[in-house]
Ligand binder design. Structure first.
Ligand code: 4AD
Ligand code: MG
Length: 447
């Protein structure tokens, strides 16, 4: 282990001399003082260099020379900074460092992302450097807290991690959004969701989950869509659709609570309204049917904030509908029993109503929209095979998936959570592109 102290842990070292490895995010000064804004990836805080202290430690000549060197350090110079930790109410972080030495490790000049405002394209072109900004650090810390909470939730609730392949021979969701690639002269696709493989896993191991990158050739340019994103799928046998919603609700609540507990600094940096997050943890989520939602949308149509098109029962929601609904209830809301016509082939029909399926989208509040898609799965071999054909798919591609209905088929259900959608919602940010280190969108594959 290194002797270096991480900035996030600085409160445990008040009064001590510590060494920090950091980058110079910004600096200002007047007269005998230099204020260094340091960042080490865990947090930002201020180090103060006072010239008379340097003169006292190093003598007049060397002390002055060192002070002048610090004055001319460029943004993003990497440094070891040694100093004494002081509690300081004026500093936003609550602590400061009284610097006794600065060792330059790597110089830096004209860092392109200055503390002023920059346009989105410029920032995305410099994503490899933009990641160093305070806001981006905070979002990545929240992403990490969400991932950690996911693994913890599943491991503690009897789920086994079951990795699904990324190269596949069949579409899991919508065939119009498949990335195709050449696989030794045969077509293959990048996975859209691990679900179908997880169903095989559930029949072998019981409760299973996966967590990995998935791909959708989404032509839509919205603040909610990426072409490469991370999905957490879970699947469980002997579980009803209602019980499946209970699992999802417990999971989402635990993730929010875990971020509140473990990423408080990041939430503060982002100025997230945490009272709202706390409310979502303690309030039961809403559960409403697709048909009720259509009626509510149409009843409010034309009101000031309801600028969306009227819908008929059977129509899919557009982005404006989803945004409005997700504001309306004020808590995460499961919209259940959508029309079979625009949902995937594997969903189980609502008993007595073959036009609706036992599925749910979980809509996050505050206009964030869908964060989870899930359903109960068709268990009957013949009905599933017919659905595959009706959806224009070739049952030969799904023979292995159909087998799961031949050998001890059981009721089962599952869901998939979009990690970046969840992070965007918890972090309270505007656009999904900031929720993943290197976003892939319709017009962007670099850096
Ligand atoms: O609703 P989706 O398409 O559901 C499935 O893929 C199921 N097979 C999951 C399952 O039952 N195991 O996708 C699941 C979630 C969505 O709710 C959304 O959060 C996210 O994945 N998602 C996207 N996130 C970012 N960019 C995109 N283009 C996304 N498409 C879906
Ligand atoms: Mg969906």
């Amino acid at each position: 282990m290194t002797e270096l102290v991480m900035i996030k842990d600085i409160s445990q070292h008040v009064g001590e001399t510590v060494k920090i490895g950091a980058w110079l995010a910004d600096k200002s000064g007047k007269g005998k003082l230099q204020f260094l804004q340091l960042r080490d990836g865990t947090a930002f805080f201020q180090a103060v260099v006072f010239k008379p202290n340097f003169v006292e430690i190093y003598g007049e000549d060397e002390g002055s020379a060192k002070f002048d060197e610090i004055k001319h350090l460029g943004q993003e110079t990497s440094v070891y900074v040694i100093g004494v930790v002081k509690e300081d109410e004026r500093s936003k972080f609550g602590y400061e460092l009284d610097v006794t030495n600065v060792e330059v490790i790597g110089t830096s000049q004209e860092f392109p992302i200055t503390p002023k405002e920059h346009g989105t394209d410029f920032l995305l072109d410099h994503r490899h450097l933009w990641l160093r900004s305070k806001r981006q650090m905070a979002i990545m810390q929240i992403r990490n807290a969400v991932i950690y909470a996911s693994y913890k939730f599943f491991q503690e609730n009897g789920f086994i991690k079951f990795d699904s392949p990324i190269l596949t021979g069949n579409a899991a969701e919508n065939t119009t959004e498949l990335f195709e690639t050449d696989y030794f002269d045969n077509p293959a696709f990048l996975s859209q969701s691990g679900q179908l493989y997880l169903e095989a896993g559930a029949m072998a191991l019981g409760r299973v989950f996966d967590f990995g990158p998935v791909f959708r050739a989404e032509k839509s340019k919205t603040r909610r869509h990426l072409t490469e994103f991370w999905m957490m799928d879970a699947e469980y046998p002997f579980v009803t659709h209602e019980e499946s919603l209970d699992i999802q609700e417990a999971y989402v609540k635990e993730m929010i609570q875990s971020v509140l507990d473990n990423a408080a600094y990041a939430l503060e940096v982002l100025e997230r309204d945490t009272t709202k997050l706390q409310k979502y943890v303690i309030t039961p989520f809403m559960r409403v049917s697709y048909d009720e939602v259509i009626d509510i949308l149409n009843a409010h149509h034309g009101e000031d904030d309801a600028n969306y098109e009227l819908l008929k029962h059977g129509d899919d929601f557009g982005s404006p509908h989803e945004t409005w609904i997700s504001n309306y209830y004020g808590v995460p809301t499961f919209v259940v029993n959508y029309p079979a016509s625009f949902k995937a082939f594997y969903m189980l029909p609502v008993p007595g109503n073959s036009e609706r399926v036992l599925c749910a989208d979980l809509l996050a509040p505050e206009g964030y929209g869908e964060i989870i898609g899930g359903s109960a799965r068709e268990t009957d071999y013949d009905l599933l095979r017919k659905k595959i054909i009706d959806f224009g798919l070739d049952p030969k591609d799904y023979d292995w998936y159909l087998d799961l209905r031949k050998f001890g088929s059981v009721p089962h259900a599952g869901f998939g959570l979009g990690l970046e959608r969840m992070v965007t919602f918890i972090a309270g940010t505007d656009h999904i592109r900031e929720a993943i280190p290197f976003p892939r969108m319709i017009n962007r594959i670099k850096p």
